[in-house]
Design a protein around this ligand. Structure first.
Ligand SMILES: Cc1ncc(COP(=O)(O)O)c(C=O)c1O
Length: 238
């Protein structure tokens, strides 16, 4: 069976049903899917979102983000919407928001951008180190697929007794997080859509088993080995 090329499939569906395709690339600046950069996978008429929240691969000192588009009309519309609906100063042609990227954040991001590729490489190195250290430990790291080039925003492992593992690591002084504990169909915000436990068993199992271990480009190899030691012994005890 030929591989399903997900972005092409979604673009075709969006076109057939006259929908606008939005890609959430907020955790993946610089990653590639089948050779194509993420953030551009919604196609020429779609939009790609990047977050510059401080913890992201390209982070500001406060909130920020960008929308990637390839259609001049959409770009002009977004510029207007982010600026209170103004095209010309103080002339509001439509309702909009104040979503301008602050100048100071933009300046910092501009400098940081030059480091993005290097930081991504370091993240990949750290992942390889964790993968090697955790082989046979009882936790299962996320595997990179052959068609993908990840930038390893998070180092996520799975374990059937995730909560116990998280507690055991906390007792050893290692902070971990869960990205994310509630799948979309069970979020209270979407309750009106009628999603209930059991509807999406794979997503639900993943949300119960995943755990993000510490990972950021400045992390040194010795600390990764220390964390991996703790995971090995905690996973055995759980
Ligand atoms: C996948 C994903 N999408 C969107 C967002 C939202 O980004 P922001 O907080 O910049 O609005 C986040 C933030 O954590 C995210 O992880």
């Amino acid at each position: 069976m030929p591989a399903v090329v997900v972005d092409r499939l979604l673009q075709a569906l969006a076109q057939a049903h006259k929908l606008v395709l939005l890609e959430d690339a907020c955790q993946a600046h610089g990653a590639r899917y089948r050779g194509r950069p993420v953030g551009t996978l919604a196609g020429d008429l779609g939009l790609g979102a990047l977050s510059f929240y401080p913890t992201k691969n390209l982070g500001a000192l406060g909130d920020g983000g960008a929308v990637l588009v390839n259609d001049p009309e959409t770009a002009a519309r977004l510029r207007q919407l982010r600026n209170g609906g103004q095209r010309d100063r103080y002339r509001h042609e439509t309702e909009g928001w104040n979503s301008r990227l602050d100048e100071l954040q933009a300046a910092l991001l501009r400098v940081s951008l030059a480091h993005l590729v290097g930081w991504g490489e370091r993240r990949r190195e750290l992942r390889a180190l964790y993968d090697g250290e955790l082989r046979g430990s009882g936790v299962v790291p996320l595997a990179e697929q052959a068609y993908a080039q990840a930038v390893v925003h998070l180092y996520v492992v799975r374990h059937p007794r995730r909560d116990a593992l998280q507690q055991a690591l906390a007792q050893r002084g290692i902070g971990t997080l869960i990205h994310y504990p509630i799948p979309l169909h069970l979020q209270p915000a979407f309750a009106a859509l009628g999603g209930k436990p059991g509807d999406l068993p794979i997503a639900e199992q993943a949300s119960n088993e995943i755990l993000s271990l510490p990972l950021y480009p400045e992390l040194d190899d010795a600390t990764v080995r220390k964390v991996a030691d703790a995971v090995r012994s905690a996973a055995r005890a759980c």
